[in-house]
Design a protein around this ligand. Structure first.
Ligand code: GLU
Length: 279
């Protein structure tokens, strides 16, 4: 198989050594005969900044990476994600959720016990059973809402058990129910990480999704979305994460380990590559 891989950073800060490791890993998996793509995941317009996008291009080029043009920039494709959401709405799989964080906390406190999923406590389902007329009225009055996946209905649409192949850990059975009624379009942005990443990987023909093992659980849900939308199923490789001397993984807040700070201190790209040690 000719591997088509991608590195898909969010421009919410400067890239650090962990990103370098991830990008290099992805390009290496594509190899000389495969294709390596770069995608800018900037759907969160409050946290993403254009200067960080420019810095991503600059830092990755400095590392010696090359990628195909044009680069897909998610914020330029909100209409695409809307169309995908419409398909799920038409299939009766999404519902508007008007709850604030506080509403959700209060409901959870009231019922006393709510299971946890990979993104925190599962949504208690408050808005799932609103009548069609109440939904329409609240939308008409301009109340803001998110779109949630009705997980039980979604699972009913799936004929056989779902799985994926992970190059690091082998065959995985997918259990998307761990996410409950997950948000697929946020109140503050008309899509979500899960929806846009699944759609774009399909659209761009990615056949090997490489990303850090911190996103391992997301693949359970992405596998369900692929099934609901009739998308091809890529292979995955969730790689290990680089950690600092304190055993904690690098984050964008660790300013000292950004690629540009290392460059400014006089490190060469080769030295950074050696330090990133792949993953
Ligand atoms: N944009 C995501 C991030 O920066 C990664 C997406 C992915 O590789 O699936 O964490």
């Amino acid at each position: 198989m000719t591997a088509i891989t991608r590195f898909a950073p969010s421009p919410t800060g400067f890239l650090h050594i962990g990103h370098a490791a991830s990008a290099l890993f992805s390009a290496k998996q594509a190899g000389p005969n495969g294709r390596f793509l770069l995608r800018i995941e900037d759907i969160d317009q409050t946290r993403c900044r254009p200067e960080y996008v420019d810095a991503i291009f600059e830092d990755l080029a400095w590392l010696g990476l090359r990628w195909e043009e044009p680069v897909r920039i998610q914020s330029q494709h909100f209409r695409d994600y809307e169309k995908v959401l419409d398909r799920l709405t038409d299939a009766g799989l999404l519902y508007p959720c008007f709850c604030t964080r506080k509403d959700i906390q209060e409901e959870i406190a009231r019922i006393g016990n709510a299971p946890h999923g990979p993104d925190g406590v599962l949504y208690p389902g408050t808005c799932r059973n609103l009548s069609a007329s109440e939904r329409a009225d609240r939308v008409a009055t301009g109340e803001s809402y998110a779109l949630r996946l009705d997980m039980v209905r979604a699972l009913r649409q799936v004929a056989s058990p779902l799985s994926w192949y992970d190059r690091k850990v082998g065959k995985q059975d997918a259990t998307p129910e761990i996410f409950g009624d997950v948000v697929l379009a946020r109140k503050d942005t008309p899509t979500s990480y899960h929806l846009s990443v699944t759609h774009d990987d399909h659209l761009q023909g990615i056949n090997l999704v490489t990303r850090g093992e911190d996103l391992f659980f997301a693949s359970h849900l992405h596998r369900l979305l692929q099934e609901l939308l009739g998308y091809d199923v890529p292979e995955y490789h969730h790689h290990g994460l680089l950690t600092g001397p304190d055993g904690k993984r690098f984050a964008k807040r660790d300013k000292s380990k950004t690629l540009r700070s290392m460059r400014d201190e006089g490190m060469s790209a080769q030295e950074v590559i050696a330090l990133s040690g792949y993953v």
